[in-house]
Design a protein around this ligand. Sequence first.
Ligand code: GRF
Length: 204
Amino acid sequence: SRIVVLISGGGTNLQAIIDACTNKNYPAEVVAVISNKVDAYGLTRAKDAGIEAVALSHQNFENREDYDQALIQKIDSFTADIIVLAGFMRILTPGFVQHYQGKLLNIHPSLLPKYQGLNTHQRAIDAGDTEHGVSVHFVTEELDGGPVILQAKVPVFEGDNVDDLAARVHEQEHRIYPLVVKWFAQKRLTMQGDNAVLDHNILP
Ligand code: GRF
């Protein structure tokens, strides 16, 4: 399967997926990385791995629709089977989401449906949660609202600050995102209405 990864920043999740792809049994490859921020460090990670790195700044576009159409054209030029959002900090238009329905994945640093949106680690701390985590989900038109595929939990310890907690969550992100992408590439994972369905049969 051909993966296109969309990023806006550092790209540690991108790196985890790139690293997973170096395993010869991994059923997918990253064919391109696209960033809406021209200076995103993730673009350097892509180049270092010999992967096509594309900067497509949203600042050159009049509106969201125009940008998302340009993004679609770019992604489709790579004939992507899977579109992986990995710290892509933009709200996507319904047209974009519909175009990739069922093959658009996102990772969100909370135990969804808790804490959709930003500042999830701070919000978990402020709420006094003893448990926090990360979710990989299919993207639908509802922001951070699509069917959850897999979650990982981490403890919140007394005295944790945002950085402590973010680091703990990141470790789990890097574990579960490559795993979900693998399932999808193996065609074991489908979005069926409001549900993510994983086929548990062992493949030949
Ligand atoms: C991650 O915390 C992810 O859950 C969120 O954005 C962050 C991206 O981090 N959507 P990185 O760029 O992969 O390091």
